[in-house]
Design a binder for this molecule. Structure first.
Ligand code: NAD
Length: 297
């Protein structure tokens, strides 16, 4: 692959809530786009809306593309797509191609994958995102990129089609570690905001007043600004990010703390709260529905 703005063929695997808008932006920038997903419906939608070509297997993506983006649920699925049998991606990658895992994956697994792809003649970086479906649609995601700086530089124009701030975090896996740590903070902030809303309402204060005070004061966070009124007070619970995926991210963060031997006071409490919510509401529920855990039994 050469550097610069050359529009080389790009593969995109995982055309879900995030993958669909991200891949659509790549197509809109003029990159020849090849897509794969286990959902035929997801492939049909993107192929009807863009010039993307649907492939039958990850291997077909590998044969055709100089860069391959993964936007999959978790590391187990990433490993399956990369190494799981005859239709898997790795054995069919073009020499010198780059695989970019933009899923919120487990950094320890990511660090194992790097050398295996190197052996197959390809480069591997992690570049997970933050900002949700809204910012995926307008191309303003935050992207945290881990791995070889020269490889990141090569694909920066491609990443710029999807994100506004691209922060290089260091070694392979550091992007995935930061993504989990970011969502740890985000999950704690959301739960605290939900609890403040619930207590305030039970005390007799109007929800819009509670949110106005939080947003004018030191309690302000992303959830008080962008979630409480929009998804929780409205009872829409449709932000586009599932509860199961948020629980996974908190799990990755607390596992990371165990691996590093770092002490956390909130970690286990937070993880248990989200696990209980996943059990009660289901993994597919929207993550903002955790508010319903505060309703009386
Ligand atoms: P999603 O469930 O909507 O999409 C995942 C897609 O992967 C689906 O289309 C599914 O069919 C596909 N898939 C599953 N197994 C596959 C396989 N073996 N081969 C090919 N395709 C397969 O999830 P999402 O919300 O788009 O999230 C994707 C990733 O992005 C996750 O790691 C998530 O944690 C992360 N993320 C999500 C958000 C958000 O707001 N939704 C924000 C930031 C990061």
């Amino acid at each position: 692959m050469t550097t610069g703005e050359r529009k080389y063929p790009v593969g995109f695997i995982g055309i879900g809530k995030m993958g669909y808008p991200m891949a659509s932006r790549i197509a809109a920038q003029g990159y020849p786009l090849h897509v794969y997903d286990i959902s035929a419906a997801a492939l049909a939608v993107i192929c009807s809306q863009t010039d993307a070509r649907a492939e039958k297997t990850p291997a077909d993506i590998g044969r055709n593309c100089e860069a391959v983006i993964l936007m999959l649920p978790d590391s187990a699925v990433v490993k399956k797509v990369l190494f799981g049998g005859s239709g898997a991606l790795t054995a069919h990658l073009l020499p010198g191609s780059v695989v970019i895992d933009m899923s919120s994956s487990d950094p320890s697994v990511t660090r194992e994958i790097g050398p295996r792809l190197k052996q197959a003649g390809a480069d591997f970086i992690d570049a997970p995102v933050s900002g949700g479906v809204k910012r995926a649609i307008d191309g303003s995601l935050a992207i945290m990129a881990g791995g070889d700086g020269a490889v990141i530089a090569r694909v920066k124009p491609l990443l710029s089609a999807m994100g506004k701030s691209i922060i290089e975090t260091g070694m392979l896996g550091s992007g995935h570690a930061m993504k989990a740590l970011n969502n740890y903070v985000s999950a704690a902030g959301l739960l605290a905001a939900c609890e403040a809303l619930k207590v305030g309402v039970d005390f007799g204060i109007a929800p819009d007043k509670i949110i106005a005070v939080l947003n004018a004061s030191t309690g302000k966070n992303n959830s008080t600004e962008n979630k409480l009124m929009q998804y929780i007070v409205s009872r829409l619970f449709n932000s586009g990010f599932s509860l199961g995926l948020m629980r996974k991210d908190i799990n990755i963060a607390t596992d990371l703390a165990k691996t590093t031997g770092s002490r956390t006071l909130l970690g286990e409490v937070l993880l248990k709260s989200w696990k209980d919510a996943e059990k009660k509401l289901g993994a597919a529920a929207d993550h903002t529905a955790i508010f319903q855990m505060l309703d009386s039994e």
